[in-house]
Ligand binder design. Sequence first.
Ligand SMILES: Nc1ncnc2c1ncn2[C@@H]1O[C@H](COP(=O)(O)OP(=O)(O)OP(=O)(O)O)[C@@H](O)[C@H]1O
Ligand SMILES: [Zn+2]
Length: 491
Amino acid sequence: MTDPQSRTPDPDIFLYDTLQRRKVRFTPSTPGRVGFYLCGPTVYSDAHLGHAKMGVAFDVVRRALTHFGYQVRFVSNVTDVGHLQGDADDGEDKLLARARLEQLEPMEVADKYFWSYFRDMEALNVLKPSITPRATGHIGEQIALIEELIGRGHAYESEGSVYFDVRSWPDYGKLSGRKLDDQSEGTREAVREEKRDPRDFALWKRAEPGHLMRWQSPWGVGFPGWHIECSAMSLKYLGDGFDIHAGGLDLQFPHHEAEIAQAEAAGHAFARYWLHNNMLTIGGEKMSKSKGNFTTVHDLLTQHDPMVVRFLLVSSHYRSITEFSEDAFEAARGGYRRLTEALGELERRLPAAPAGEHTALEARITAHTAAFEDALRDDFNTPKAVAALFNLTTDLNAALGAGAVGRTTLERARASYRTLGGSVLGLFAQGGPAQSQDDTEVVSALMDLVLRARQNYRLQKQYAEADEVRSTLTRVGVTVEDTKDGPRWKR
Ligand SMILES: Nc1ncnc2c1ncn2[C@@H]1O[C@H](COP(=O)(O)OP(=O)(O)OP(=O)(O)O)[C@@H](O)[C@H]1O
Ligand SMILES: [Zn+2]
């Protein structure tokens, strides 16, 4: 990944802010730093390709911001309590329903699907969040925020549950632009009677006897509502007035609308920019668990190269619908192959390449790199960025086809693929040229071994061998320093 320190934060990034309903220039509240919150999964089933669209979309946004010189703290939560079926106030908890079905403890369900989600995302080269807070680990923070709301007169207790008082907060509806219609349809009579207004939503729910997930609170034993966790955890880890809040388009209402109301009514400035990804569809319909028209990431990856799946996802813009079909897959396979073949040819030519530059190709690399970056500065337009990579490939192939290309230029072309295709779009994870997070660990373990081997040579007075280790490392840019605590290395 481009070292964020090596570049001055780019002031010309524009993004589409759902709240303002237009493209705006992005200016973080603290220069050079970005606080980013993404609504993560409710961990009660395996991730499908729709979830992957969301994960990959914001992974690219994060990588692009890093590339443009920002230091990003990326917080993405895991919902393991309070998300009720039908997103209503009186459905069964999605985790509890699953626990019953699989005959597991609710926390076993949460752990099982937590790990499967992150395994899938890792396979797709989605970087791990900087912080992954779980709702059940933040009950205290949620209770504290609810108390603030009650204290300010924006929430009320009723029969051991607490509801947000929508009528007390005229801004409710500002994100989705919804006129506040009656949301009481489908709500049980008993719940309706507990509320002052049918549009009020639960912050805390009384636990009925036998409800497995339950905590003590000032209002009795219960569990938090779904929306409150994200307000509480984003503010905790990113602070008031943090920069970007992201999530699926379907979360705009009621989830994000409620998040804003809860935070602002309690006196906290909330997210300054809102990003929403559009849906992955199949046969024109949203891929979803409830429709049963889904393919899990896990199943998909038994048949397809994860980088082809990722390529398919980045080939459409995050705010566009991505239609999933065999044809789309075929096209992605072909497109991805074109990039990797060009890169492979480049690698093959490098060892025997003559010294020097290829001026015309150098100019094209500069132009395509600029086009790639301009595309991402314009609301993270990945299809345009991919097109710039293809244009680079066309020019590279033409130059290679016409004869020898100087080593300096080939190295520059390779660096462009690695940075733009690898670090920013995340497309070269497996054995490819991009350096993943895990590579750091591998390099560190290998270096320990190498330095131990060198120590052994020295102890056995095999100085020629020890020197050879050192000079080989120097050749690849690693310097070794012998200190009183043993050898140290750096690049
Ligand atoms: N097809 C999709 N395309 C893009 N994002 C999706 C898609 N499906 C789900 N997501 C994102 O993942 C989040 C969590 O999804 P959720 O667990 O509700 O999955 P789902 O398949 O929509 O489930 P259900 O059909 O039971 O509502 C959604 O809020 C949305 O932001
Ligand atoms: Zn959320």
